[in-house]
Design a protein around this ligand. Structure first.
Ligand SMILES: [Zn+2]
Ligand SMILES: [Zn+2]
Length: 311
């Protein structure tokens, strides 16, 4: 975990048929009320997909309350540290789907689907160590995510949205026949749906998904077969699990070209462009991607985040 801070971020999901997601939404809103808990919680008839941040006490309370909801009592929570609460507000919403895989996969019903078997981070390590020739790791994330960090020798696709991935899988299918195929994503939530879809279009044989995703893997193996930093969906944006000074970096600062894997957003909220920038260049450009953005006044609501990052 990158920063030993006073705040904790938890990420979790579960596919389970929820008869009344609105009711659960209201219950979650209620027990978060008056606390400092912030984050993004999506509920739907197919389950929950969530990430939230708060102080240690707040997150302990939050997890306890989530576990009291009987459908969620066995959820696997993953944790990481942060220096401040990396979410601007709390959003609890009901959506048609908790992960959207686009029109090609719209018929995947997670209550009946058969996702691939899970393997543990230890098993993936063993695959790398013992039989790498026959191993294919598929990265189910978007380009902006894997640009700064990914599994060694993994297959990536130049998608900007998870919805575009089903179309790519047909091409991949023939390349990976007869191999050990492991699907990976940040927390595992995308792979549940994606592997169900992959199997439905003819992926067969040894098809797996990484249990707990890259986050759980990196908790256990911060400096092994995952290279670079992990893209996360909060204000930290990227987290480097490997703390060693000569850790492997696979990307470069977009301004000075030096090796760097810290992703940032342009502070012109209207632009919000993602950029790989070292701290020096980020400060020198006042947190902006270009001169035009620098001239625009930052909307107040993002200003505190700006000041925080320039400290
Ligand atoms: Zn730089
Ligand atoms: Zn910009």
């Amino acid at each position: 975990m990158e920063e030993k801070g006073d705040f904790i971020v938890t990420i979790f999901y579960k596919y389970i048929v929820l008869a009344n997601p609105e009711e659960i939404m209201n219950r979650i809103k209620k027990f978060c009320e008056g606390t400092g808990i912030k984050g993004r919680i999506l509920l739907g008839k197919e389950g929950i997909n969530a990430t939230a941040g708060g102080t240690k006490e707040e997150i302990e309370y939050f997890v306890e309350e989530i576990k009291k909801i009987k459908e969620f009592e066995d959820i696997d929570f993953k944790y990481s540290d942060a220096n401040s609460n990396p979410f601007p507000k709390l959003k609890v919403k009901v959506r048609q789907e908790i992960v959207t895989l686009g029109p090609d996969a719209k018929d995947i019903d997670m209550s009946k689907a058969e996702p691939a078997n899970h393997i543990t981070p230890e098993q993936l390590e063993a695959f790398y160590n013992e039989d790498e020739e026959n191993l294919v790791v598929i990265d189910a994330r978007n380009e902006y995510e894997f640009k700064i960090g990914k599994f060694r020798n993994s297959i990536t696709t130049d998608i900007e949205n998870f919805r575009e991935l089903p179309a790519k899988l047909n091409e991949i299918k023939n390349q990976v026949k007869g191999k050990k195929v492991v699907f990976t994503c940040t927390s595992g939530v995308r792979c549940e749906k994606l592997t169900a879809y992959a199997k439905s279009i003819g992926f067969e044989g040894e098809i797996y998904q990484l249990n707990g995703g890259m986050q759980r893997y990196l908790e256990k193996f911060p400096a092994s077969n995952f290279e670079g930093s992990l893209y996360v969906f909060d204000d930290r944006i990227s987290v480097a699990y490997d703390k060693s000074p000569n850790r492997k970096i696979i990307s470069n600062c977009e301004f000075c070209g030096k090796p760097n894997d810290s992703m940032k957003n342009c502070f012109n909220a209207k632009c919000n462009k993602r950029m790989i920038a070292c701290d020096e260049c980020f400060k020198a450009h006042e947190g902006c991607c270009c001169d035009e953005c620098r001239e625009i006044k930052y909307p107040r609501k993002v200003k505190y985040r700006f000041e925080e990052k320039l400290k």
